[in-house]
Design a protein around this ligand. Structure first.
Ligand SMILES: [Zn+2]
Length: 629
């Protein structure tokens, strides 16, 4: 493949930072073919085989296969290799126009994610395994009697040092099941060619007898809405498709027509115990909703996710932080840019629902008010910067924690934090340029510079990645105002965002009121636990912590009374701050009696509200912001 040789190698700095496996590659294998079958859906076992044709002058002693430790879009490490079983290999000679002579070969487990097969003297090698998958999500895979839904990173190993090679995929579905993904040309398609392994795993695929597809056109591009419903739809599908079209029109209105010809929204409406999820891809998105389409609010929830994931077509999939592709799948990725990639996408997802006419001003501003309240009340807000939060993604992004952590007191999510950074920056650009420019212009300029007009710096995809400093430079250039101070104080540091200046430009203000509870105990209590009321999180330096209470303690009594959810609140409400309230808990079969000295209330509600003195000019600027111009 031509694009494998990087044009950026003249720069020694870039050379050092480039993916090592891309550089280590000596020769492209003549062909790499993946075969996926699923002969026993109830077993949840995907059957994968990788057929590698070796070059005649192959000098290597072995070929290694590696399961990624994580997959793009979710940054926690899951170690997909844990679900691999029954690995085996064959190798041999395939004379031209004759039957291959293949024999079983020993497979060596090299480490927690790598298997190796001796290949000396062979012209062909097949490595096969089964991989267990029974999770419907944006990251894992599921095979059961209803369908197969896979995210390639969790089932396909790559050939070590040959990730950049072109790959072919052939799927053998159960009888009567149809295959669909964001790169399907026609019904009944069972084979695909991908420019490299990274692109193959960027193509989540649904295989089932009963999904539906609706199609619409915007700017000559075809959009497919594939829905797999596990529960009743209540006649809501046509409305859902119409609303998705409005979102597509609003977002392509900002960015211009996308570069692809077809795009697929792959949406599951579950009916059983299922958590929701959404994952962005180059020509598709995979969305899982927690209930049936016919359930109240489920269509709105799906549209919220659609607006976010479709914005990723540009922001993160193509306009991407430097570290996001190609990747080293042997260790977690670290980037400072997720507050832009995810946080800015969160902001625009909501703004686009407003611009698409699916939300009104009130709903949009209420949603952003909630985000401000969430961030400003979180103790981590003053401890972790937006860049640090991005770098901590492997711990924060749905990461499993076997060990107890204090993240609730120390961490902040780059999603809401980045959302507020984007909104305030947008308003500052609009305000400081008198409405001539906006964050929309900044994003378009970034896309132009780093994707459309940039030469490739890797085999993976067109364009090159950016650093947060690039956004600061481009924002300053577009606005004609230096944003170094903004980036230093609110992105590289934890200072409160300049809400007054930002919202003032559009005749709004952020108000702060004390929440109703007159007390502050500084802990949460889980009243639904079967063991009784259990203390959940305990804030640092809180009355609960001072009283020696711990997460996991069972609350026996408060003020000498047994408690439930209502009596807990009512009892605390009788005390004023500074007063002591007796509390008894059970911990490790011990009964502990202590007293909490309640603090000043410290939870506040923030609201974005109309300023009484808003001028016509400010209101006009607000209309431009919300309507998009
Ligand atoms: Zn996202």
């Amino acid at each position: 493949m031509k694009s494998i040789v990087s044009k950026a190698l003249f720069c020694s700095l870039v050379l050092v930072l480039l993916n090592v496996s891309a550089l280590a590659q000596q020769q492209i294998f003549p062909s790499i073919t993946y075969r996926l079958s699923m002969s026993r859906p109830v077993s949840h076992l995907f059957e994968v085989s990788i057929e590698v044709e070796l070059p005649a002058d192959f000098k290597g002693e072995a070929v290694s296969f590696q399961m990624p430790k994580w997959s793009p879009g979710r940054y926690a490490v899951f170690d997909f290799a844990k679900n691999v079983q029954e690995v085996r290999a064959m190798s041999g000679i395939c004379p031209p126009k004759a039957q291959c002579k293949m024999a079983p070969r020993a497979v060596t487990r090299v480490d927690d994610q790598t298997w190796s097969v001796a290949a000396q003297g062979s012209s062909s090698l097949t490595f096969a395994y089964k991989v267990f998958g029974n999770d419907l999500s944006g990251t894992f895979s599921q095979l059961d009697d209803r369908h197969a839904n896979y995210n390639g990173g969790s089932i396909f190993m790559y050939v070590v040092d040959h990730k950049p090679d072109p790959v072919k995929l052939i799927i053998d579905p159960p009888a009567g099941w149809k295959i669909v993904n964001g790169r399907t040309d026609h019904v009944g398609q069972t084979a695909w060619q991908f420019t490299n392994w990274d692109i193959m795993i960027d193509t989540p695929t649904e295989i089932a007898p009963d999904w539906t597809m609706d199609t619409f056109d915007v700017d000559g591009k075809e959009y497919h809405v594939v829905v797999h419903s596990f529960g009743p739809e209540g006649g809501k599908r046509p409305g859902l498709v119409k609303s998705i079209e409005k979102i597509v029109r609003a977002e392509t209105g900002l960015w211009g027509p996308p570069e692809f010809n077809e795009y697929t929204f792959l949406i599951h409406f579950a009916a059983d115990d299922q958590s929701g999820d959404g994952m962005e891809h180059l020509t598709s998105t995979q969305i899982i909703e927690s209930g049936a389409l016919g359930d109240a609010g489920m269509d709105d929830s799906a549209l919220d996710t659609v607006a976010h994931e479709f914005f990723h077509v540009w922001n993160v999939k193509r306009l991407r932080p430097f570290e996001l592709g190609p990747w080293d799948f042997t260790k977690p990725v670290s980037t400072r840019g997720l507050f832009i990639a995810e946080g800015f996408t969160n902001y625009y997802g909501h703004l686009m629902l407003r611009r698409a006419g699916l939300w009104d001003d009130t709903k949009f501003l209420r949603r952003e008010s909630r985000t401000i309240s969430g961030i400003e009340n979180a103790p981590g807000t003053r401890l972790m910067t937006a860049e640090e939060s991005s770098l901590s993604a492997p711990f924060l992004d749905d990461a499993p924690h076997a060990q107890k952590t204090n993240l609730e007191n120390t961490a902040i999510s780059y999603y809401p934090k980045g959302e507020l950074i984007a909104m305030v920056l947008d308003l500052l650009v609009r305000g400081r340029t008198g409405g001539k420019h906006s964050l929309d212009d900044v994003m378009r300029e970034m896309y132009d510079e780093f994707y459309l007009k940039s030469s490739n710096n890797s085999y993976y995809l067109h364009g090159r990645g950016y650093q947060p400093e690039d956004l600061q430079r481009v924002a300053s250039k577009v606005a004609g105002v230096d944003f170094e101070d903004y980036f230093n104080r609110h992105i590289r540091n934890t200072e409160t965002l300049p809400y007054d200046e930002a919202f003032g430009y559009v005749g709004l203000r952020v108000t702060r009121t004390t929440l109703k509870e007159p007390y502050n105990a500084g802990m949460s209590v889980d009243f639904d636990s079967p063991e009784g009321p259990l203390i959940g999180s305990v804030k640092n330096n809180s009355p609960a912590e001072q009283a020696g209470l711990q997460s996991g303690d069972e609350v026996v009594s408060l003020d000498s009374r047994k408690i439930n959810k209502d009596s807990w609140l009512n009892t605390l409400a009788r005390y004023k701050h500074g007063q002591s309230v007796p509390i008894t808990v059970k911990r490790n079969r011990r009964t502990i009696k202590t007293t909490m000295v309640l603090n000043e209330p410290e939870r506040f509600e923030y609201k974005i509200e109309e300023r009484a003195d808003a001028t016509a000019q400010q209101k006009a600027l607000r209309a431009k912001w919300l309507n998009g111009s």
